[in-house]
Write a protein that binds this ligand. Structure first.
Ligand code: NAI
Ligand code: MG
Length: 362
């Protein structure tokens, strides 16, 4: 099912050409992003003329140059691009001096405060109901991902600490986005994910602030039809696996949202299927939910559908609904037919063959 973006179009710059920044970054990012580009190009004249701006970032780039996110890339996105597509980055699990994840930095620099991740299974018939049809709305700028970590030598040895930041402002704007998304979906149901039984101050603030969105000045009963539930994050994952149909829109602080959306991806068959957009008020960046998948990189077997669907989400966000629909329909058809699938979905096809098949159907 198509994901209806309720927020305003960000394509406000008076340009005849849609300029799309392309940041493949690392690993399979290089293999799946060309698929997203091919899908957009296949739309032909149903969207404005497109120009792709190739941009650098990532761990591979860091190892060559000592910087993971060059200032040129940030400037190009801010000044020359209407939107962007990001592949995936290979952030090492150990501390590497001078390195910091460029995607986390980009989300902050461009104030892309929402990571919207629709997780939808493809129904067996085009008009059937999918079993899983939910959207994770993840706060994208704070929580533990402010990465304010320190380590000291205490009386009992090493002590490491991380600051977890939750602000009323960020919680309110992600809450507003989640309510808007819920309002535009058939079921209009929002679940607030938190752990305020333990983290009563930080998660408590998140929970209360999101809950209060319908009472904000100017809202005027607009969200009266949205039902609101809440669930502790641990039992939310349990229920997600046992009864995914209870969820419609799930709004969560950054870390929980990250984990829940990867978990939800398992319900629809593969991380290689789940798209996202990083959205702010003035910019949008499509990005598959998966990482750089070093275990399969360089083999032309990564599933390109998450990246292709992310391109569709980005276009939908910009108001190009028909183009987005065409890409999503083509991807859904390929999955439903089951003849041209990458190994993660039990198929034998190559990345490039799946891209060709989607493009043919667009
Ligand atoms: P991952 O998402 O890269 O891979 C997890 C598993 O899913 C692997 O078995 C992989 O082969 C499979 N997978 C992922 N995408 C696939 C696709 N398109 N087609 C087929 N199979 C796919 O997560 P992992 O392994 O935990 O992390 C690898 C690297 O990616 C790390 O360096 C991590 O920091 C980075 N990462 C980057 C993200 C980003 O750029 N936004 C998000 C998550 C992880
Ligand atoms: Mg993740």
């Amino acid at each position: 099912m198509a994901f209806r973006t309720p927020f305003r179009s960000v394509s406000t710059r008076a340009r005849q050409t849609l300029r799309i920044g392309m940041i493949p970054a690392d690993g399979i990012g290089h293999e799946v992003l060309p698929g997203a580009k091919a899908a957009i190009q296949a739309l032909g004249s149903s969207i404005p003329k497109t120009e792709f701006v190739d941009l650098l970032a990532g761990f591979e780039y860091f190892t060559r140059t000592g910087t993971a996110l060059p200032e040129d890339t940030v400037q190009a996105l801010q000044n020359d691009c209407d939107c962007a597509m990001f592949g995936a980055v290979s952030s090492p699990s150990r501390k590497v001096a001078g390195y910091s994840s460029p995607i986390v930095a980009l989300r902050k620099k461009l104030d892309l405060y929402a990571n919207v991740r629709p997780v939808t299974s493809v129904a067996s018939s085009p008009n059937g109901q999918p079993d899983v049809d939910l959207v994770v709305v993840r706060e994208n700028t704070e929580c533990l991902y402010v990465k304010d970590e320190t380590q000291i030598i205490g009386p009992n040895g090493k002590e490491a600490r991380a600051i977890r930041l939750i602000t009323e402002r960020a919680s309110r704007r992600i809450g507003e986005m989640a309510f808007k998304i819920a309002l535009n979906r058939p079921r209009k149901h929002l679940t607030i994910i938190h752990k305020s039984n333990v983290l009563s101050i930080t998660d408590g603030l998140f929970r209360e602030t999101v809950r209060a969105v319908p009472t904000l000045p100017g809202v005027d009963g607009k969200y009266g039809s949205v039902t609101v539930a809440e669930q502790l994050v641990d039992s939310a994952v349990y229920r997600l696996f046992r009864e995914p149909h209870i969820y419609d829109v799930m709004v969560a602080p950054n870390l929980y949202g990250d984990i829940i959306s990867d978990a939800a991806a398992a319900l629809v068959g593969s991380l290689g299927l789940v798209p996202s957009v990083n959205a702010g008020d003035t910019f949008v960046m499509g990005e598959p939910v998966h990482g750089s998948a070093p275990d399969i990189a360089g083999q032309n077997i990564a599933n390109p559908l998450a990246a292709i669907r992310s391109a569709a989400l980005m276009l939908r966000h910009l108001g190009y609904t028909d183009g987005a629909d065409r890409i999503e329909r083509a991807a859904d058809e390929v999955i439903r037919e089951g003849k041209c699938l990458t190994p993660d979905l039990g198929g034998k096809s190559k990345t490039t063959e799946v891209v060709d098949e989607v493009v043919r159907r667009i």
